[in-house]
Design a protein around this ligand. Structure first.
Ligand SMILES: [Zn+2]
Length: 59
């Protein structure tokens, strides 16, 4: 788990769905300690957002 990243990227309780999607995509790139929830995955597919390729992994 990328604790450093989590400390810098705290997802608020009332964050919008858009924010949630962006958070999960970035999370997968930087940490990935948990998978993207089904509800968020569905929204990603719906909005046709593509997950950016993991290239610059900062640890
Ligand atoms: Zn994580």
């Amino acid at each position: 788990m990328n604790k450093n990243w989590h400390n810098k990227n705290i997802l608020g309780q009332n964050a919008s769905l858009r924010k949630r999607i962006a958070w999960h995509i970035t999370h997968q790139e930087n940490c990935g300690c948990r998978s993207i929830p089904e509800t968020v995955q569905r929204e990603i597919r719906k909005s046709k957002l593509t997950t950016p390729k993991t290239k610059s992994k900062k640890l």
